[in-house]
Design a protein around this ligand. Structure first.
Ligand code: FVH
Length: 292
């Protein structure tokens, strides 16, 4: 089993370290607060004194810190990366990922950026999806090791791609959670316990997930007309959600932006359009007039 370096031992870094140790890897770890290494050391990891010591002890170093500013700070002064691969699994922007890729390349290293689509307890299981992009040869060299963390998916050579899709998937999640919270607070205001309402809500959202493919195809094709549920009809329901929430003392702020965009599209003559037309409203390449 290969030696692996791990920088960052927060909740996620510790879970990554445990998964690597379970697979039998030699693990070199470093964390700003050394105390957080205790449990991994008890399981067999070795503590390095500096990030440079981690990187120079292994061919593959995984970094998982709070943000990319911390990654840049930690990598500052790390040199001589020839033959070594740095995998950054810290949440960041595509621009930050490309900047760190350039810095690693300047030090002669190979770089992979990654997005972890999982929470710590499922790291090391197939349910944990980790997206990678950047140096494909480095990915192929270390794929077996990276699969110890979860299902690995390589997206392409642009180091920024993994973080773009990570952030896109998180945007989908936050949209879903906004709706779940708004819906549940409304039901509770009518004295329906959240646990009881969740059965209805889950079944409804599962049915609505069937729309994702159609919305995607419409956005790809820029085809927004001939809707089965036209926006003019949806606007009535949307306004009713807003007014009912307000009457019950609930702030409709989580859902208001969507209502505003639907209203805007209808006012522009897009009342017959499908909900996917909202993508046209928010996109910089969107048309100023409703598509038919
Ligand atoms: N935990 C989760 O549910 C999510 C799931 C999806 C992916 N994320 C991303 O993983 C990154 C790390 O998250 P985390 O949960 O491990 O975060 P913390 O437990 O807060 O640990 C943060 C580590 O970062 C170190 N750190 C902070 N600032 C610095 C710095 N300036 N220089 C060096 N290290 C720094 C911190 O060190 P310490 O406070 O223990 O000394 C921790 O090791 C993150 O991108 C999530 O979005 C997790």
């Amino acid at each position: 089993m290969a030696s692996v370096g791990l920088i960052g031992l927060g909740a996620m870094g510790t879970a990554l370290g445990e998964a690597l140790l379970r697979q039998g890897h030699n693990l070199f770890v470093w964390n700003r607060s050394a105390g957080k290494a205790a449990s991994l050391i008890a399981s067999g990891a070795q503590l390095a004194e500096t990030p440079m010591q981690v990187v120079s002890s292994t061919d593959l170093t995984i970094i998982c810190l709070v943000d990319c500013a911390a990654v840049t700070h930690v990598l500052d002064g790390v040199v001589g990366l020839a033959g070594r691969t740095v995998v950054n699994l810290t949440n960041g922007t595509p621009e930050q990922a490309r900047g760190i890729a350039d810095a690693v390349a300047l030090a002669d290293g190979r770089y992979l950026d990654g997005g972890i689509m999982a929470i710590p307890p499922i790291i090391g299981t197939p349910h944990a999806l980790v997206l990678y992009s950047g140096d494909e040869a480095a990915y192929r060299s270390h794929r077996n090791t990276l699969e110890a963390l979860g299902t690995a998916e390589f997206l392409g050579a642009d180091a920024g791609l993994a973080s773009l899709l990570d952030l896109s998937l998180l945007a989908g999640m936050y949209g879903l959670f906004s709706g779940v919270i708004q819906a549940t607070v409304m039901a509770k205001a009518g004295n329906v316990p959240a646990r009881q309402f969740s059965k209805l809500l889950t079944a409804w959202l599962q049915a609505m997930l069937l729309s994702v493919d159609d919305i995607s195809a419409r956005l790809d094709d820029h085809r927004f007309g001939q809707a089965t549920s036209p926006l003019a009809m949806q606007l009535v329901a949307m306004e009713n959600i807003l007014s009912t929430s307000r009457q019950m003392g609930i702030d409709p702020g989580l859902i208001e932006p969507m209502a505003r965009r639907i209203r805007q599209r209808v006012q522009r003559g897009g009342g017959a359009d499908d909900i996917s037309a909202i993508g046209d409203e928010i996109s910089s390449s969107g048309s100023a007039v409703a598509a038919q």
